[in-house]
Design a protein around this ligand. Structure first.
Ligand code: NAD
Length: 284
């Protein structure tokens, strides 16, 4: 699918994305596979003209765009078609530009699910707590249910957001048990097999953890999707208690690998991309 010899071009569109490690992961993978592949960053500032940016990308022959904060919903109005998952989620982070058509996909969902499956192996999936019901939380919630979780509890400091995501997930997955929890209590903690953090808590700009340390139990597995830094307070505390943990690198790497395949038509090697990600995270 990729024209070896001519440069295959893609770009990331969003606000405040200068530190993103996604471009470097893609370009290194293109080099490793032996084709010329360029991944640019289009940082829009607050008032990005998304329609104009997509039209220019198409006119210049880019084969795709990754779309990030704050455009994952806004981009829907600029597309011709959506994948089934992107339509279900109402959010797009990957746009394939081919044959004059703009097709939206969601590799946050597929990437989380792949990271979840490989990171957790046979760990129990009976009852899982999702912390955070924002854009990423929605992709993670669908990923957890698609990945075999039987009962999903959702907690967000904004109760309306938790309820809205709960309603959306129940409509799509009527066979699953889905509930919102207004407070994190010992009774909730005792029922959990696993916990996934999809809030910004743990980032350098949001220090701390959305899950209280005294409610962590040795049998919980704990996954974080925050990756700046990779070692969040939640993961450090969970490891100290003896929990199995999976860092935010898992989702970041797999969403990039899935987008690479959609853009280029070539499967990416997630282990090679993970090595690039780990090396760059250690120095950024
Ligand atoms: P968002 O702002 O859309 O949603 C965050 C949600 O968390 C909000 O609903 C907010 O009310 C809730 N929240 C904040 N503090 C909370 C707390 N203490 N307890 C419970 N809920 C709380 O943000 P988003 O786009 O969903 O992103 C969330 C995080 O996920 C960011 O840190 C982002 O970097 C990370 N992320 C990682 C990947 C990856 O590939 N690993 C991909 C996307 C996003």
């Amino acid at each position: 699918m990729s024209a070896r010899g001519s440069v295959l071009r893609v770009a990331l569109v969003g606000h405040g994305i200068a530190r993103s490690l996604t471009p470097a992961m893609h370009e290194a993978e293109g080099r490793a596979q032996g084709f010329a592949y360029r991944y640019d960053v289009i940082d829009t500032g607050d008032l990005g003209d998304l329609g104009g940016i997509i039209a220019r990308a198409q006119a210049e022959g880019l084969v795709g765009l990754n779309i990030t904060h704050p455009f994952k919903q806004a981009v829907l109005g600029h597309l011709d078609r959506l994948s089934e998952t992107a339509a279900r989620l109402g959010a797009v982070n990957t746009v394939v530009l081919r044959h004059g058509e703009r097709v939206g996909h969601n590799t946050d969902h597929s990437g989380f699910r792949a990271g979840f499956t490989t990171g957790l192996g046979e760990s129990a999936r009976g009852c899982v707590l999702l912390l955070g019901a924002g854009g990423a939380g929605a992709a993670v919630g669908f990923g957890l249910l698609d990945g075999g979780v039987a009962e999903l509890l959702i907690h967000d400091i904004d109760a309306a957001r938790a309820n809205a995501l709960g309603d959306k997930l129940r409509r799509c997955c009527p066979d699953k048990r889905i509930a919102t929890v207004p407070a994190l209590t010992p009774e909730v903690a005792e029922r959990l097999d696993g916990i996934v953090n999809a809030t910004p808590m743990g980032m350098a700009s949001h220090p701390g953890s959305a899950f209280p340390r005294d409610l962590l139990r040795r049998w919980h597995w704990v996954m974080d999707i925050v990756y700046f830094p990779l070692e969040t307070a939640l993961l450090a505390r969970a490891r100290a208690v003896g929990c199995h943990t999976v860092s935010g690198a898992a989702m970041a790497v797999h969403q990039a690998a899935d987008a690479f395949r959609l853009f280029t038509g070539h499967s990416a090697d997630p282990n090679r991309m993970a090595a690039v990600f780990q090396r760059l995270s250690a120095t950024s």
